[in-house]
Design a protein around this ligand. Structure first.
Ligand SMILES: [Zn+2]
Length: 102
């Protein structure tokens, strides 16, 4: 997938505040039903937050743990939602399998 027309939207990672092209970020969305989901397509309805699409914000002490504590806190405030353990686990699994596909 290469985009050379320069029209890729720029978004900010909620964890490190780095501005990146949208295709270099993971979108986490709070749906209208107030569920928190990893939005693989980038097109889901709801309030979105972006996180760098690589391992920088993952908890490297445990590869299956997903987003680290700092990232979780930032996501919580960006989405104004409570991330309970079940939600975090589902999110981590979705992100881990996405990264594994790359
Ligand atoms: Zn980042």
């Amino acid at each position: 997938m290469s985009h050379k027309d320069g029209r890729i939207p720029i978004r900010t990672c909620v964890v490190c505040r780095e501005k990146r092209q949208q295709n270099e970020l993971l979108r986490i969305v709070r749906t209208p039903e107030r569920q928190i989901k990893f939005d693989k397509t980038g097109r889901m309805n709801g309030r979105g937050a972006y996180v760098c699409d690589d391992t920088v914000h993952l908890d490297m002490s445990d590869p299956s743990a997903g987003i680290d504590a700092l990232g979780r806190g930032k996501l919580r405030s960006a989405l104004r939602a409570n991330l309970d353990d079940t939600t975090v686990k589902l999110l981590d699994e979705a992100i881990a399998s996405h990264l594994a596909e790359q």
